[in-house]
Design a protein around this ligand. Structure first.
Ligand SMILES: Cc1cc2nc3c(=O)[nH]c(=O)nc-3n(C[C@H](O)[C@H](O)[C@H](O)COP(=O)(O)OP(=O)(O)OC[C@H]3O[C@@H](n4cnc5c(N)ncnc54)[C@H](O)[C@@H]3O)c2cc1C
Length: 578
């Protein structure tokens, strides 16, 4: 069986916010563009984003992009590249207005301006008090973004290949030439020949047992790039969001606290007052998640268990139903509780990959820590690392990041397409993918994907979660090595061609295993605590040694780590107090 060949100037892999904004920009520049997505585009995880998109519009109270920049850099524990953060915070404002003009139905103030609410880590005048910066559409902001962008892409005649699972990147002599994809509906393999390729494939939260991430977030783009010798940047930083539904991980947006919700321990105390006296429950996520576990360890969990309460009862029915309607539904459906009258049991949940495919602020992919550009290859959104989030992302800053750098990707790809011809395809670029599929179909060793995946998720959650030590990380390293061996005996029971999700899940597990390895190895090497990476054996931030980004590559199954300095422009690192 060979492969069908398609030819487009630009291929966008991923139909989430980053991919669709890039496709829209490309189509406006009259570049022949196709979007490949393993999910129907409007089912992408961007659609699950609840709380909002941060931009210093100053519609409700004084604000400006420089304050937004300060908060983002401080929130990142000073690991973000400040030149990129500055671009993001400035362009956030124009991006939100552009979304408004594209038809996005934002909530409004009584005067008809875009309404804004508070969110963790976003402050007025360099940390003085929380500020209303998050623009929102009830608690369905991401859903509205996705629908708006998808409609605009259809209007601009972007071609969509839905339910195509990309398995390989065609890269030769430092020039990207396309991708190889598996058509989920019939098992056929397709080669897409292109001048430029954008990876906008989203996150990898499925590496962890308790996660807010959708089932499909298996880090495919990052893993494909890694196997093609592209490094991954800052993989040791994975955000664990404080408020997931207990035992399920389903997210209860930070908008709950933005609207005034508070956290209470088992004694009913508002414990964040003790840890972050100025902004309390609206401290950044890394801090709040740790504080929840400090309370649990001190015996202050609810009923002696490993959870605390989110209290919305004082907000009143009207605020809850109007501003947090989906959250209220989740609480009723999944917990059988009424958020208007009941306290909600919550537990931290794995949420967001700060690390990813290294890119510059034109979304060009960097092939090494020296900044060598991989021609024709771009990355944007959660799978990329620009780096605007450093060691910890602030809430509402991902939607900004995916749109600002998604659009920038589209514009720089258009420029590249105008200046360059198609680089020729190598001979039979589909062969490795065909061999992998054949191996999966015929391999017989009795190991089940679901069992190996669960073991991976458990070890990542227990040993590479909110707290880490060299001991727990070594345990995870050993477990992952063992699980990789077990993967070699993976047995797919469905042998059919049509919607073979059994096979797809095995491919996705393979991706998660590689990503988990580099995550744990980078975390083991970093002997300091910064942002989401908290080493109990090295509890202090160590700027002299570690003010640098990690770049991990895999060669012959081993992780190789290199480092690159952080770009500091305006804000010198300081102690992070809230
Ligand atoms: C529950 C939840 C709530 C959130 N709330 C907020 C919020 O309020 N504000 C905020 O700023 N951020 C929020 N975030 C984070 C934010 O939503 C995401 O980081 C962001 O939407 C990611 O966008 P993306 O375009 O990079 O990827 P996604 O939207 O995840 O899209 C990824 C795309 O890649 C495609 N894809 C993946 N692998 C392949 C493959 N192998 N082949 C082909 N296609 C592939 C998928 O089909 C999909 O179309 C939230 C996240 C979650 C999980």
């Amino acid at each position: 069986m060979g492969a069908q060949i398609h030819k487009f100037e630009a291929i966008v892999v991923g139909g989430g916010g980053a991919g669709l904004y890039a496709a829209l920009a490309l189509s406006k520049e009259k570049v022949q563009t196709a979007v490949l997505s393993k999910l129907y585009p409007t089912r992408s995880h961007t659609g699950a984003a609840q709380g909002g998109i941060g931009a210093a519009l100053a519609n409700v109270e004084p604000d400006n992009p420089e304050w937004h920049m300060y908060d983002t850099v401080k929130g990142s524990d000073y690991l973000a590249d400040q030149d990129a953060v500055e671009i993001m915070c400035n362009e956030a404002v124009t991006t939100v207005y552009e979304l408004e003009h594209l038809g996005l139905p934002f909530n409004r103030t009584p005067e008809g301006k875009i309404d804004q609410r508070k969110f963790g880590g976003h402050t007025r005048d360099h940390g003085k008090a929380p500020v209303q910066r998050s623009c929102f559409s009830a608690d369905r902001t991401g859903h509205m973004i996705l629908q708006t962008l998808y409609q605009q892409c259809i209007k601009n005649e972007v071609k969509f290949f839905d339910e195509y699972h990309v398995m390989d990147l065609i890269l030769e002599s430092g020039i990207c030439r396309g991708v190889v994809a598996y058509q989920i509906s019939n098992g056929e393999v397709h080669v897409f020949h292109a001048k430029t390729v954008l990876f906008a494939t989203g996150g990898s939260g499925r590496m962890f047992k308790i996660t807010s991430n959708a089932h499909a977030l298996t880090g495919d783009g990052m893993a494909v790039a890694l196997r093609r010798k592209i490094p991954l940047e800052d993989m040791e930083f994975f955000q664990i969001h404080p408020t997931g539904i207990y035992k399920m991980g389903i997210l209860l947006s930070e908008a709950c606290r933005g609207e005034g919700g508070i956290l209470r321990n088992g004694k009913g105390e508002r414990f964040m007052e003790r840890y972050a006296p100025t902004i309390k429950d609206l401290a950044p996520r890394d801090i709040v998640s740790r504080c929840i576990y400090f309370e649990v360890r001190d015996g202050n969990g609810v009923n002696g268990k490993d959870y605390v309460h989110l209290d919305l009862t004082h907000l009143g029915a009207e605020v809850i139903e109007k501003k947090l309607p989906d959250i209220a539904d989740f609480v009723r459906t999944y917990m059988g509780l009424n958020p208007v009258t009941d306290l909600i049991p919550i537990q931290p949940t794995a949420h967001y990959a700060m690390g990813g495919i290294p890119s510059n602020f034109n979304s060009e992919v960097l092939g090494d820590e020296k900044g060598t550009i991989v021609k024709g290859f771009y990355a944007a959104g959660e799978c990329a690392c620009v780096s605007v989030h450093g060691a910890n992302r602030l809430g509402t800053n991902s939607l900004v990041d995916i749109l600002v750098f998604g659009r920038r990707a589209g514009l720089s790809m258009a420029k590249y397409c105008r200046a360059n011809d198609f680089a020729p395809l190598p001979k039979d670029p589909e062969n490795e993918v065909l061999a992998q599929i054949e191996w999966l179909r015929s391999n017989a060793g009795g190991e089940k994907t679901a069992v190996v995946r669960e073991a991976l998720q458990c070890t990542m959650m227990d040993n590479c979660g909110v707290f880490r030590t060299s001991e727990t990380l070594q345990k995870a390293q050993g477990d992952i090595a063992e699980l990789k061996k077990r993967f070699l005996k993976i047995q797919v029971s469905d042998k059919s061609q049509v919607f073979n999700t059994d096979m797809l899940e095995a491919m996705e597990l393979n991706n998660l295993l590689d990503l988990a390895q580099v995550t744990v190895d980078a975390a083991f090497a970093r002997t300091e605590s910064r942002g989401a990476h908290y080493r109990e054996d090295f509890p202090k931030r160590d700027d002299a040694q570690w003010m640098k980004h990690s770049f991990a590559t895999l060669s012959a199954g081993k992780t190789d780590l290199k480092y690159k300095p952080v770009v500091i422009t305006r804000f010198q690192p300081q102690e992070r107090k809230y």
